[in-house]
Write a protein that binds this ligand. Structure first.
Ligand SMILES: C[S@@+](CC[C@H](N)C(=O)[O-])C[C@H]1O[C@@H](n2cnc3c(N)ncnc32)[C@H](O)[C@@H]1O
Length: 321
């Protein structure tokens, strides 16, 4: 019994310190911080044996934090953003922007490094480059054939598979570049997400209201599908399922659905117009508060509804059949 208690207490402390590292980077989108922290918790069961590739790595901050890295409290992803005026109505990506002065202050280097990172957005790759976490970064559109030899990687990681329109090509390319006995780690959203929002109340809320909250995110995920369809896709690509880890419940997804998304561009503008001292003080108080508020949510099985339901995101471990 004491052993179990000790393990539980240390797992909770570990989860809490991970959440704080994610909050430091994503404080103005706390709903993304807890989601990413849970994604990272689920990935913890796996070693990233090299050669390892991070497909659609973005700015690399997620994988850097997952690998145990940490940044100074001065750093967060909201400093280096652009076209904030087009985020709300044109669905522009505020992070797809860099001025060349982006330089994250690393306080703890990651415990391991990734061999390759890829992404379709050059600005994100420029940001990822500053982390010194990837041996090499490659601009690549996942709808196209990947610029890697067959059997190149022992670990293939991607948490953005549902962003790819040509999912058949993407899955077969993932299988092709993975070595026999290697491991593919895919975190995939499920289309249960379409129900974990307030669209059933459209008559009372209006389509405009739902659009302000939604900000076109479901439309950015052309290959979102149900669990059975993901399983079929893996099978058709010649990938066998080794394990399946659900880690986001409908409660997480409902909280995330509202979150701070609609006001994020305004919060970012406000934060970035404060003096450095005031920004630092508010950020620190903000993280203290959010840390406490998010603590109960910070476990993969957290659910406030009665009865069973589909998860919103699942981590699949796959291997070439
Ligand atoms: C939600 S972000 C995740 C980024 C990163 N993996 C992370 O966890 O922070 C999705 C990423 O997919 C990339 N992406 C979208 N469509 C893509 C495509 N067709 N090919 C390659 N990358 C794509 C975007 O540029 C973005 O960096």
């Amino acid at each position: 019994m004491p052993d179990i208690l000790t393990t539980t207490a240390s797992a909770t402390a570990e989860a809490s310190s991970r959440l704080r590292r994610f909050l430091n980077c994503y404080w103005l989108r706390p709903e993304n911080a807890f989601w990413m922290s849970l994604r990272s918790q689920a990935l913890d069961a796996f070693e990233f044996d090299g050669p390892a590739i991070d497909i659609s790595c973005g700015d690399g901050v997620f994988s850097f934090l997952h690998a145990g890295g940490d940044f100074d409290c001065e750093f967060d992803v909201f400093h280096e953003v652009g076209h904030l005026d087009r985020v709300r109505d044109a669905f522009a990506d505020m992070f797809d922007h860099t001025t060349g002065i982006y330089s994250p202050q690393v306080t703890t280097p990651p415990n391991w490094r990734m061999d390759i990172g890829t992404d379709i957005k050059p600005n994100m790759l420029l940001k990822a480059c500053t982390l010194d976490f990837y041996e090499s970064l490659v601009e690549h559109d996942n709808n196209q054939v990947m610029p890697f030899e067959n059997d190149s990687f022992t670990t293939v990681h991607c948490n953005s598979a549902y962003w790819v329109a040509n999912h058949e090509r993407f899955m077969s390319e993932v299988a092709r570049i993975t070595r026999s006995g290697g491991r593919v780690l895919l975190s995939v959203k499920l289309d249960s997400m379409r129900n974990y929002n307030l669209s059933a109340h459209k008559a009372k809320l209006s389509q405009r209201w739902l659009d302000i909250i939604g900000r076109g995110r479901i439309e950015s995920w052309p290959s979102l599908c149900d669990d059975e369809t993901w399983k079929q896709r893996f099978k058709s690509a010649g990938l066998e399922i080794v394990s399946r880890t659900p880690f986001i419940t409908r409660t997480h997804a409902h909280i995330w659905d509202i979150g701070l998304r609609p006001i994020a561009p305004l919060l970012v503008r406000m934060a970035n117009n404060l003096s450095a001292d005031t920004r630092r003080e508010i950020k620190s108080d903000w993280i203290e508060l959010l840390d406490e508020l998010l603590a109960p949510l910070n476990q993969p099985s957290f659910d406030l509804f009665a009865g069973e339901s589909d998860p919103a995101e699942v981590l699949y471990e796959l291997t070439p059949a």
